[in-house]
Design a protein around this ligand. Structure first.
Ligand code: HPA
Ligand code: ZN
Length: 340
């Protein structure tokens, strides 16, 4: 990798728009919280945790992801988790984050919605002070569970609109089409939540289409399989619907078998508003800048493409116009200073 590319990746201001906070639980913190909360896990040490993180598909990962989050019990645990993530990405020149959380997975274990939200939001407020990182919180519905449960959690969210900006859809994708959640998304939109959804990670292009038409999402999380459908791709370009792609996640979940198959470069060439993100960095082997580096190494992204990806991260973010322009100006200043 050229020195300039290395410096651009390290220093370009960027946002992260596809990040599950429960997926930032590093093995060391997992073991520490298990001990603190007296929870028995099937891992003896950090090496055993890392060795377990071998996945053949999304479901393989989700099984360990739900097991891992069982150590999160108290407000302080959610605070520690979120704080560690912010501290980590401050070092990656991340200026703004849009974070998913999965309250249903915690409520099923008897953890109150308020406990989860209080810990996360306290860390986000302090992260803004300490690192200047702004944030939005997106509450995900678990798509393998019935829509009635999504209504229950939406009711909770309605009490905390000042903290929760949007709703998303995650967990097992195959056989759980977006249209199953049309009614709860309609209610969420009425209540003022901005809608996004995972689609086209393992599911087909038709799920991306359904997320747009049935859920009226403003952004598609992943969206890899949208590129299988030329008419849908043309629509995504025309409407500039952002795709939040996650290269290391795709590789580790075997959505692709080699990083050279990653669609990010092709998506850029097609004029799609594509962004690069980490998804679940602790499980997939890298934070946002590691994703940029892996892409660059596999696909030989040009310096221009690296700058475009950083710009896209601000264009695709749910920021007001002045914050978006400030981010774009900061990118121009950084690129100018580095001579790109
Ligand atoms: N896909 C679907 N659900 C998820 C993911 C993902 O990559 N990460 C956490 N929940
Ligand atoms: Zn995701």
């Amino acid at each position: 990798m050229s020195t300039l590319a290395r410096q651009l990746i390290a220093h370009l201001p960027k946002t992260e728009l596809h990040l599950h906070i429960e997926g930032t639980l590093e093995p060391a913190m997992l073991l520490q919280l298990a001990q603190r909360n007296r929870i028995t896990l099937p891992y003896s040490d950090v090496g055993a945790v890392q060795a377990a993180y071998e996945f053949d598909c999304l479901q393989d990962f989700l099984d360990l992801y739900y097991l891992g989050m069982s150590v999160l019990m108290h407000e302080q645990d959610f605070y520690d988790l979120t704080w560690a993530y912010l501290e980590r990405v401050a070092a990656d020149s991340v200026h703004h984050v849009e974070i998913f959380f999965d309250p249903q997975a915690h409520m099923a274990r008897g953890i109150a919605f308020e406990t989860v939200l209080a810990g996360i939001t306290r860390a986000l407020a302090e992260g803004r002070e300490a690192f200047g990182i702004s944030s939005r919180l997106i509450m995900c519905f678990l798509r393998h569970l019935p829509e009635e449960q999504a209504f229950d959690v939406l009711e909770q969210a309605c009490r905390y609109k000042e903290h929760i900006f949007g709703v998303g859809l995650d967990s097992s994708e195959r056989d759980f089409p977006p249209a199953n959640f049309s009614r709860v998304y309609a209610r969420a939109r009425q209540e003022g939540f901005v809608p996004v959804a995972h689609a086209g990670e393992e599911g087909p292009a038709a799920y991306v289409q359904s997320a747009l038409d049935d859920l009226q999402v403003r952004r598609i999380d992943h969206g890899n399989h949208a590129l299988d459908d030329a008419a849908l791709t043309a629509r995504l370009v025309r409407e500039q619907i952002p795709l939040t792609m996650c290269p290391l996640s795709n590789l580790r979940l075997k959505v692709i078998s080699d990083m050279r198959q990653n669609p990010v470069k092709r998506a850029l060439a097609l004029g799609l508003l594509v962004t690069v993100n980490s998804d679940d960095p602790s499980y997939f082997g890298g934070y946002v800048n590691d994703n940029y580096r892996a892409l660059h190494e596999a696909l030989g992204l040009s310096e221009r493409e690296l700058v475009t990806l950083a710009q896209n991260s601000f264009r695709a973010a749910f920021l007001d116009d002045s914050a978006r322009q400030a981010g774009l100006d900061a990118i121009a200043a950084c690129a100018g200073k580095l001579g790109a």
